[in-house]
Each structure stands twice: as C-alpha cells, then as structure tokens.
Design a protein around this ligand. Structure first.
Ligand code: 13P
Length: 251
C-alpha cells in the first residue's frame, strides 16, 4: 500500500507573520492519520520557522527548489546540505514554473534529484505538458521523456522512494482542473514508464496530481487508483481548505 502524500506549494506567498499564523492554526486543526503524509513547501525564508513549529507534530516541510551542487559560487542559490541541516524533508524539483521562467532543463532536474537523495531529502519531481503540447497530442511523449530523464541513473531503491507530481501546465492556477480520468490516465503512463526502466520501483513510487486541486474536486481525483496524493498550490494557502484536501485523501 502506498501512503498518500499531500503537499502544499506556497510558491512565492506569505511572509513570516502569515506563515506562522498559518502554522499555528493548521497545527490546531490537523489530526494525524497514518495513511497520509503532509508537507508544506514554503519559501526558503520561512522553512526554519515551520520546521520549529512542526517539531512535535507529524507535519513535514519541503523546499520549492535547490541547487545540484553542495556549495560554491552560485549567488542566490540554496543547496541540499543547507536544507538538510535545518531538517527539511522534501524538495520540489523541476516545477513547470522553474522550467518555464528559470530555464531548468531535464539534465538539471536529474542532477537535483540525485543530490536530494544524497542528503536524504525526498524529491517531488514535477512533470507535465503545456496546452499546446496536449493540443498536438504530445502529452504522453513529453511526460514520459521528463520522467525518464529525471530518474536516469538512479538506483531502483531510490526511485521507489521518490514522488512524481503530474502537473499539466494548463491546469496550474487556471481553475481548469484535469478530469480525474485524465489525471489517472497520465499517472498510469508514468507508472508504466517507471516500470520499464526501474522495475518494481513502480509499485512504490508515489504519483501525485497537481493543478487547481481544491476541496471540491480533491476526493474524486484522490480516489483514483494510480493517484497517490496531490501537489496543491492556491488551496494550500488557507489552512481550512488545505485540511479539507487532506481529509479527502483519508477517506
Ligand atoms: P494550483 O493548485 O494553484 O493550480 O497550483 C498547482 C501547482 O503548481 C502546485 O505545485
């Protein structure tokens, strides 16, 4: 049985006051359930505060990005050992916004995934096609390629521990959610390609869906057989909405 993972991605939102306010309220509301892992990907400046506030809870933290080198002359970057030092559990890698606005390539994604594992940080690897690519019928080709490249050279034991988030670019922040069947179909494509290259790791790797997940649509998406969780943007900014999505995963 794969444990569900519900990950909130705050993107470039919240400051120290609002992040702490969220954490305080969320800790009060949150009731641990053994079937679901919950993490919040906060801006770097809020990660230490969240780590400290989550210390006596089962809530986990995530970074939204990291560099693939341990240290060096990379102005503005944050490394895996820096994240590991403060106890960060997960890191989002290759989000479509990073690929589109910060020129992240499949090769960089692959290096980052390897580096995250080296420091015991679980990568949440993002993949997904643009609307133009879907309109041309290229979506499975694109997603397969992204997944194979991201996992290239990784031992199967590590692939088994990774999370892969399918986030169709056209569904991010648009309110236009993929249908549960579209999300399920692509999750199957992802699991199948993982099986081709990494064998039984395909049974353990967690595949999340992301793109306009809300309390109203979460349950029918999360009920799908090959979907093991959600990567939630906008709706993770509100503790009550985020909690409802977690509850949808529990049932
Ligand atoms: P929204 O849930 O706001 O569409 O964002 C999805 C996303 O990009 C999560 O990483």
């Amino acid at each position: 049985m794969r444990r569900q993972l519900i990950a909130g991605n705050w993107k470039m939102h919240k400051n120290s006051e609002t992040a702490r306010g969220f954490a305080k309220e969320f800790i009060k509301l949150y009731d641990f359930t053994p079937e679901v892992d919950v993490c919040i990907a906060a801006p770097f400046t809020e990660l230490l505060a969240l780590e400290e506030m989550f210390r006596d809870t089962d809530l986990l933290t995530a970074a939204q990005n990291m560099h693939f080198e341990d240290q060096g002359a990379f102005t503005g970057e944050i490394s895996a050992p820096m994240l590991a030092e403060i106890g960060v559990d997960y890191v989002i890698i290759g989000h479509s916004e990073r690929r589109a606005y910060f020129a992240e390539t499949d090769e960089m994604v692959n290096k980052k995934v390897k580096k995250a594992f080296q420091w015991n940080i679980t990568p949440i690897i993002c993949c997904g096609e643009t609307l133009a690519q879907r309109d041309q019928g290229l979506e499975t080709h694109i997603v397969r390629h992204q997944v194979v490249m991201a996992l290239a050279g990784l031992p199967d034991e590590l692939v088994a521990k990774a999370a892969i988030a399918y986030e169709p670019v056209w569904a991010i922040g648009t309110g236009r959610v993929a249908t549960p069947q579209q999300a399920e179909d692509m999750s199957k494509v992802i699991r199948d390609v993982v099986r081709v290259y990494h064998g039984d790791a395909a049974d353990s790797v967690r595949i999340l869906y992301g793109g306009s997940v809300k309390p109203e649509n979460a349950k029918e998406i999360l009920d799908m057989e090959d979907i093991d969780g959600a990567l939630v943007g906008g709706a993770s900014l509100d503790p009550v909405d985020f909690l409802k999505i977690i509850q949808a995963a529990e049932n």
